[in-house]
Design a binder for this molecule. Structure first.
Ligand SMILES: [Fe+2]
Ligand SMILES: [Fe+2]
Length: 173
Protein backbone atom coordinates (compact mmCIF):
# COMPACT_ATOMS: atom_id res chain seq x y z
CA UNK A 1 0.00 0.00 0.00
CA UNK A 2 1.28 3.45 -0.95
CA UNK A 3 0.61 5.78 1.98
CA UNK A 4 -0.12 9.47 1.50
CA UNK A 5 2.35 11.84 3.14
CA UNK A 6 -0.41 13.27 5.35
CA UNK A 7 -1.19 9.79 6.64
CA UNK A 8 2.30 9.00 7.79
CA UNK A 9 2.67 12.49 9.27
CA UNK A 10 -0.44 11.75 11.37
CA UNK A 11 0.94 8.35 12.41
CA UNK A 12 4.30 9.83 13.49
CA UNK A 13 2.53 12.61 15.34
CA UNK A 14 0.27 10.13 17.19
CA UNK A 15 3.21 7.93 18.15
CA UNK A 16 5.26 10.88 19.44
CA UNK A 17 2.32 12.04 21.58
CA UNK A 18 1.86 8.54 22.97
CA UNK A 19 5.57 8.12 23.71
CA UNK A 20 5.69 11.49 25.46
CA UNK A 21 2.92 10.30 27.77
CA UNK A 22 4.06 6.73 28.34
CA UNK A 23 7.84 6.85 28.24
CA UNK A 24 10.84 9.14 28.82
CA UNK A 25 10.81 10.25 25.17
CA UNK A 26 10.50 13.95 26.07
CA UNK A 27 14.00 13.70 27.62
CA UNK A 28 15.36 13.48 24.06
CA UNK A 29 14.39 17.15 23.66
CA UNK A 30 17.22 18.13 26.00
CA UNK A 31 20.08 16.22 24.38
CA UNK A 32 21.98 17.29 21.27
CA UNK A 33 22.56 14.76 18.52
CA UNK A 34 24.60 16.43 15.74
CA UNK A 35 25.19 20.12 15.06
CA UNK A 36 22.43 21.99 16.85
CA UNK A 37 19.83 19.29 16.35
CA UNK A 38 18.27 17.68 19.41
CA UNK A 39 17.92 13.91 19.63
CA UNK A 40 14.12 14.48 19.50
CA UNK A 41 14.26 16.36 16.18
CA UNK A 42 16.81 13.88 14.78
CA UNK A 43 14.58 10.91 15.62
CA UNK A 44 11.47 12.53 14.16
CA UNK A 45 13.44 13.35 10.98
CA UNK A 46 14.64 9.73 10.75
CA UNK A 47 11.06 8.47 11.20
CA UNK A 48 9.82 10.89 8.53
CA UNK A 49 12.57 10.01 6.04
CA UNK A 50 12.05 6.28 6.71
CA UNK A 51 8.39 6.69 5.70
CA UNK A 52 9.46 8.65 2.58
CA UNK A 53 11.91 5.89 1.58
CA UNK A 54 9.24 3.24 2.10
CA UNK A 55 6.81 5.25 0.00
CA UNK A 56 9.27 6.22 -2.76
CA UNK A 57 10.46 2.67 -3.38
CA UNK A 58 7.00 1.24 -2.72
CA UNK A 59 8.44 -1.11 -0.08
CA UNK A 60 6.00 -3.35 1.79
CA UNK A 61 6.78 -2.65 5.42
CA UNK A 62 5.15 -2.55 8.83
CA UNK A 63 4.51 1.19 9.15
CA UNK A 64 3.84 1.15 12.91
CA UNK A 65 7.06 -0.73 13.68
CA UNK A 66 9.03 1.42 11.24
CA UNK A 67 7.89 4.62 12.97
CA UNK A 68 8.30 3.33 16.54
CA UNK A 69 11.75 1.83 15.82
CA UNK A 70 12.90 5.03 14.12
CA UNK A 71 11.63 7.23 16.96
CA UNK A 72 13.42 5.08 19.56
CA UNK A 73 16.60 4.25 17.64
CA UNK A 74 18.60 6.83 19.63
CA UNK A 75 16.77 6.45 22.95
CA UNK A 76 20.04 6.28 24.92
CA UNK A 77 19.00 9.21 27.18
CA UNK A 78 22.34 10.83 28.01
CA UNK A 79 24.45 13.65 26.62
CA UNK A 80 27.01 11.89 24.45
CA UNK A 81 29.09 15.10 24.22
CA UNK A 82 29.71 15.25 27.98
CA UNK A 83 33.35 14.10 27.69
CA UNK A 84 32.99 11.01 29.87
CA UNK A 85 35.45 8.25 28.99
CA UNK A 86 32.76 5.70 28.16
CA UNK A 87 31.43 8.05 25.43
CA UNK A 88 34.42 7.05 23.28
CA UNK A 89 32.52 3.88 22.45
CA UNK A 90 29.11 5.60 22.20
CA UNK A 91 28.88 4.77 18.47
CA UNK A 92 29.13 1.05 19.22
CA UNK A 93 27.14 0.84 22.43
CA UNK A 94 24.23 3.30 22.13
CA UNK A 95 21.93 1.08 20.00
CA UNK A 96 21.90 -1.49 22.83
CA UNK A 97 21.45 1.17 25.50
CA UNK A 98 18.58 2.64 23.48
CA UNK A 99 16.94 -0.77 23.14
CA UNK A 100 17.28 -1.54 26.86
CA UNK A 101 15.84 1.87 27.81
CA UNK A 102 12.93 1.38 25.43
CA UNK A 103 12.21 -2.08 26.86
CA UNK A 104 12.11 -0.61 30.36
CA UNK A 105 9.29 1.70 29.24
CA UNK A 106 7.24 -0.16 26.63
CA UNK A 107 6.82 -3.54 24.95
CA UNK A 108 8.83 -3.97 21.76
CA UNK A 109 8.35 -6.57 19.06
CA UNK A 110 11.45 -8.43 17.73
CA UNK A 111 11.17 -6.26 14.60
CA UNK A 112 11.23 -3.01 16.60
CA UNK A 113 14.16 -4.30 18.67
CA UNK A 114 16.08 -5.17 15.52
CA UNK A 115 15.47 -1.71 14.04
CA UNK A 116 16.97 -0.09 17.15
CA UNK A 117 19.88 -2.50 17.70
CA UNK A 118 21.05 -2.65 14.08
CA UNK A 119 20.79 0.99 13.04
CA UNK A 120 24.55 1.50 13.42
CA UNK A 121 25.48 -1.08 10.77
CA UNK A 122 28.19 -1.24 9.43
CA UNK A 123 29.96 0.39 12.42
CA UNK A 124 28.37 -2.33 14.54
CA UNK A 125 29.05 -5.10 12.03
CA UNK A 126 25.89 -7.20 12.39
CA UNK A 127 23.54 -6.42 9.49
CA UNK A 128 19.86 -5.54 9.99
CA UNK A 129 17.51 -8.51 9.69
CA UNK A 130 14.35 -6.87 8.35
CA UNK A 131 13.62 -4.44 5.55
CA UNK A 132 12.30 -1.93 8.13
CA UNK A 133 15.68 -2.10 9.92
CA UNK A 134 17.51 -1.44 6.63
CA UNK A 135 15.26 1.54 5.90
CA UNK A 136 15.90 3.13 9.32
CA UNK A 137 19.64 2.38 9.04
CA UNK A 138 19.75 4.24 5.71
CA UNK A 139 17.51 7.13 6.85
CA UNK A 140 19.70 7.59 9.95
CA UNK A 141 22.87 7.88 7.81
CA UNK A 142 21.28 10.48 5.54
CA UNK A 143 19.98 12.58 8.47
CA UNK A 144 23.29 12.30 10.36
CA UNK A 145 25.21 13.49 7.26
CA UNK A 146 22.91 16.48 6.75
CA UNK A 147 23.12 17.41 10.45
CA UNK A 148 26.90 17.06 10.51
CA UNK A 149 27.65 18.93 7.28
CA UNK A 150 24.92 21.59 7.19
CA UNK A 151 23.95 21.71 10.86
CA UNK A 152 20.38 20.46 10.43
CA UNK A 153 18.21 18.19 8.29
CA UNK A 154 16.81 19.52 5.05
CA UNK A 155 13.31 19.98 3.68
CA UNK A 156 9.92 18.76 4.82
CA UNK A 157 11.22 16.32 7.43
CA UNK A 158 12.93 19.15 9.30
CA UNK A 159 9.86 21.40 9.07
CA UNK A 160 7.71 18.57 10.40
CA UNK A 161 10.15 17.68 13.22
CA UNK A 162 10.39 21.31 14.33
CA UNK A 163 6.60 21.56 14.34
CA UNK A 164 6.43 18.45 16.53
CA UNK A 165 9.07 19.91 18.84
CA UNK A 166 7.13 23.17 19.27
CA UNK A 167 3.79 21.40 19.66
CA UNK A 168 5.10 19.24 22.52
CA UNK A 169 6.62 22.28 24.23
CA UNK A 170 3.24 24.04 24.22
CA UNK A 171 1.36 21.01 25.63
CA UNK A 172 3.97 20.36 28.35
CA UNK A 173 3.99 24.04 29.53
FE1 LIG B 1 22.31 6.22 16.63
FE1 LIG C 1 20.41 8.37 14.80
Amino acid sequence: MRYKRKYFEQQISKEVELLEKESRFSMTRDFIQHGEVSVFVHCVCVAYLSCCIMRFFNIKANLGALILGALLHDYFLYDWHDGELCRKVHGFTHPFKACNNAKEDINLSPLEENIIKRHMFPLVPIPPRYRESWIVCLADKICACEETFIGHCKGKKMEFAEKMFEKGKITSD
